[in-house]
Design a protein. Structure first.
Length: 323
């Protein structure tokens, strides 16, 4: 059984990148510990603030954001950070080679009901001489990511990550405080009959998405010819993890509740890192019309429609959109 640092070294990850990833993980271990303490640590409930996306911030959104931000901007190899909970990107060190973007706490609505939440992160290389507080330096497509991962705070705390050489899973050994490798070469089954979508938004979807779900619901008598099962955890980290373990398709499509938003999920904190992990595990990830990692970001907080998971099922949804 190998520790995270041993796996990264064996994969030939540059030492500077390893130090950046390690700092993300130090913060995540702290978040895992606080979640374990729960109400005893006074971390439940909401703040009186909203983030730049207009969402009420939970106490743990802010605590997790500060833990990640503080440790990363102090790291000499970090040029800057971008976070779902920060209005603007934050500068680290001008000589730093890496940019880190993160969703510090994904699935916030689950915190107060003691269900699964997660942290998602993505690492890019800083391409030019600009400071990390200039968002332009972050506006690279997902194919440029050099590492991506998430920590799932579930019954066990799991780190799932890739540096472009397949997907590894590590389990937090709470007796020693280390993530220990428990799976490697994770592979998503190509076919599935399990979908995850928030059905309550159905009337706001585009016709293509409505048609696909209608056809799923018709089961073996419908055009898709199989009986589907459905899951919705309301935490993308938990949904993606289930898909890595047993296949499935996760969708948060465009909906017309707020026509100015391309989707609910954010390209740089959720869409891109999850797409890299899913593709590295042999799955697929699309907006419905193009690969998510080919989307050129216009702003750090851009949103994107998301369809990801088992390759053949994602291809079906893309075919509905191209009809
Ligand atoms: P966050 O908690 O970071 O804002 O993200 C929540 C996201 C995602 O994890 C989940 O799939 C989705 O929002 C749930 O949305 P609904 O509450 O609309 O179902
Ligand atoms: Mn999220
Ligand atoms: Mn979040």
């Amino acid at each position: 059984m190998k520790r995270l640092d041993q796996v990264l070294a064996a994969d030939g990850v540059p030492a500077e990148l390893e130090l950046v990833i390690n700092d993300v993980i130090v913060a995540c271990k702290d978040i895992a510990f606080k979640l374990r303490q729960g109400e005893l640590a006074g971390i439940l409930g909401a703040t009186e603030d909203e983030n730049v996306q207009g969402e009420t911030q939970k106490k743990l959104d802010v605590i997790s954001n500060d833990l990640l931000k503080d440790i990363l901007v102090a790291n000499p190899y970090v040029r800057g950070i971008g976070s779902e909970e920060e209005d603007y990107t934050v500068a680290g060190h001008d000589a730093g080679k890496y940019l880190v973007t993160f969703d510090p706490l994904d699935g916030s609505s689950n915190i107060d009901v003691n269900l699964s939440v997660g942290t998602i992160f993505s690492v890019l290389e800083a391409q030019d001489d600009q400071s990390g507080d200039n968002q332009e330096v972050f506006l690279q497509n997902g194919r440029k990511q050099v590492a991506a991962g998430y920590v799932l705070y579930g019954p066990s705390a799991l780190l799932v990550m890739t540096t472009g050489n397949g997907v590894n899973i590590f389990t937090l050994d709470t007796t020693v405080g280390e993530f220990i490798q428990t799976k490697s070469g994770v592979s998503i089954p190509e076919d599935t009959a399990e979908f995850a979508i928030n059905m309550s938004n159905q009337r706001f979807w585009e016709p293509e998405m409505k048609q696909y779900i209608d056809d799923c619901l018709q089961g073996e008598e419908g055009p898709l010819g199989k009986r589907y099962n459905m899951r919705w955890v309301a935490s993308m980290v938990a949904e993606v993890h289930r898909i890595l373990m047993r296949g499935g398709i996760f969708m948060y499509p465009y909906d017309s509740r707020d026509p100015s938003k391309a989707g609910k999920l954010r390209l740089m904190y959720e869409g891109n890192p999850m797409s890299m992990i899913v593709e590295q595990a042999g799955g697929a990830s699309s907006t419905g019309r193009m690969d998510i990692m080919d989307v050129a970001p216009q702003g750090i907080h851009d949103r994107v429609p998301v369809v990801l998971g088992s390759k053949n099922e994602v291809a079906k949804v893309v075919a509905y959109h191209n009809k």
